[in-house]
Design a protein around this ligand. Structure first.
Ligand code: SF4
Ligand code: SF4
Length: 433
């Protein structure tokens, strides 16, 4: 039977929430030191977002991953947007720490057809949940979403400080979600090489966490540190998107190629990356490569990165989501010929050069603006001094006038005293006479 939900594109969507109710020691938000601690508004109505990301405009059913710069579900304007995009027919993934219960209650009353295309990646922050005494609340929220028909996956960040708790973690997951969590791989985003976030070597780290038997962990470890130089269709089959500004980027950290809110009635412009991904390894290979942005690279399906068969025979992904996550983007998109690829690579090289020049111009403008501000500031200081000097001059002049008046008064008094003296002298003389 033909699949009616053909995966056309993947969008990694950034939600401008830079606030979190947790303080995980390994948090990438903290690592980069960028978190403003604010929940910034999306600034566009759900209907506007739906129109900007309609199936018609994007060419078919798309997969959107919603992830915040802090906890994704803290903001009030996120769920209405997700609802509209589900109603449009897309598939949505929400990355969450699973503790904002009111959001799960809001979702629980949505139509079951919409919920069946919703997938949660529950980040399992074991020590924070323990410390804040909200382990039960976390698993209750997962249970609520599963009972409504959502697909879920539990993901643990295998940080060094969790090593002593590995057995406890396995035990509680088997009890509550009937399978072990999948594992991601910690990376240090503050290093340009995106190093492993661990004091162990890659081999020690991989071996130490292998007991969780996670396909996701195995694949991420295999690809960690491997440069990807095959032809990448990111920029056309997948993009990264800021939902507030609407800017569409080829991939994380690459060039901006369009804006979803500009010319909302027209088609979006795409621009593929080609053979020269500048990153030291694929940013999120378990999503991009597994969904097939690089058709020449062998990769398991995204479904295998997320699904688990539970001890009771159930699965974390429902049939619809598993089928959707098992597709490859190349099935529903046209691949380029070799000569088209050559042209794309040449144009990409020019774009990169142009981008670098743009960056230099921006830097120059910033520096120029800084210099202008410095001169303006100096001028203001000089003006202040001149004003002070003028006030001082007035004060001196005024004092001078007072001194002169005083001297004048003093002279009058002196003359009066002299005259008096003369009169006294004359009187004395007269008396003597
Ligand atoms: S829950 Fe996520 S965003 Fe919040 S502190 Fe932990 S890692 Fe960071
Ligand atoms: S290889 Fe990965 S990180 Fe590089 S452009 Fe392609 S999808 Fe993005």
């Amino acid at each position: 039977m033909e699949n009616s939900n053909k995966l056309k594109r993947f969008f990694d969507v950034y939600i401008p929430t830079e606030k979190c109710n947790f303080t995980c020691s390994y948090c990438y938000v903290g690592q980069e030191g960028k978190a403003s601690g604010e929940i910034m508004p999306i600034g566009h109505t759900p209907k506007e977002v739906r129109k900007a990301l309609s199936k018609k405009r994007l060419g078919g059913v798309c997969f959107f991953n919603f992830c915040g710069g802090g906890e994704t579900l803290l903001g009030d304007d996120i769920l209405p947007i997700i609802y509209e995009l589900l109603d449009e027919g897309h598939f949505i993934q929400i990355v969450t720490n699973g503790t904002v219960t009111k959001r799960f209650c809001e979702i629980s009353i949505w139509e079951s057809e919409l919920i069946s295309r919703l997938f949660f990646k529950f980040s399992f922050h074991y020590l924070e949940l323990k410390k804040r005494n909200c382990m039960d609340l976390f698993f209750d929220n997962i249970q609520l979403m599963r009972s409504k028909g959502c697909s879920i996956s539990l993901e643990l960040m295998p940080h060094d400080e969790l090593i002593p708790y590995a057995d406890e973690i396995k035990e509680i997951c088997l009890e509550k979600v009937k399978a072990l969590p999948h594992l991601t791989v910690g990376r240090d985003n503050t290093t340009s090489e995106l190093k492993l976030l661990s004091r162990f070597t890659k081999e020690e780290y991989g071996g130490g966490w292998s007991g969780f038997d996670s396909d996701m962990f195995r694949y991420k470890m295999l690809m960690f540190g491997k440069e990807q130089r095959q032809f990448c269709y990111a920029g056309e089959w997948s993009c990264s998107l800021r939902i507030d500004t609407g800017d569409v980027y080829q991939c994380n950290g690459l060039v901006c190629i369009d804006n979803i809110y500009d010319r909302i009635d027209e088609e979006l412009h795409f621009k593929v990356v080609g053979n020269q991904c500048p990153h030291p390894h694929c940013w999120n290979c378990h999503a991009y490569l597994c969904l097939g942005v690089m058709p020449d690279v062998d990769a398991p399906t995204y479904a295998s990165m997320r699904d688990r068969v539970c001890t009771d025979g159930s699965r974390w992904l429902n049939d619809k989501v598993r089928e959707f996550f098992s597709q490859k983007l190349e099935t529903n998109n046209r691949k380029y010929t070799e000569s088209e690829k050559r042209l794309i690579n040449e144009s990409a090289a020019l774009t990169r050069q142009n981008y670098k020049q743009q960056q230099l111009i921006t830097q120059y403008k910033i520096q120029n603006a800084e210099y202008k501000n410095w001169v303006e500031n100096l001028q203001a200081q000089v003006n202040d001094r001149l004003k002070e000097l003028a006030e001082y001059k007035d004060w001196v002049n005024n004092l001078q006038i007072q001194v002169e008046e005083f001297n004048k008064e003093k002279q009058v008094y002196k003359d009066w005293v002299n005259n008096l003296q003369i009169e006294i002298e004359n009187l004395k003389k007269g008396k003597e006479i």
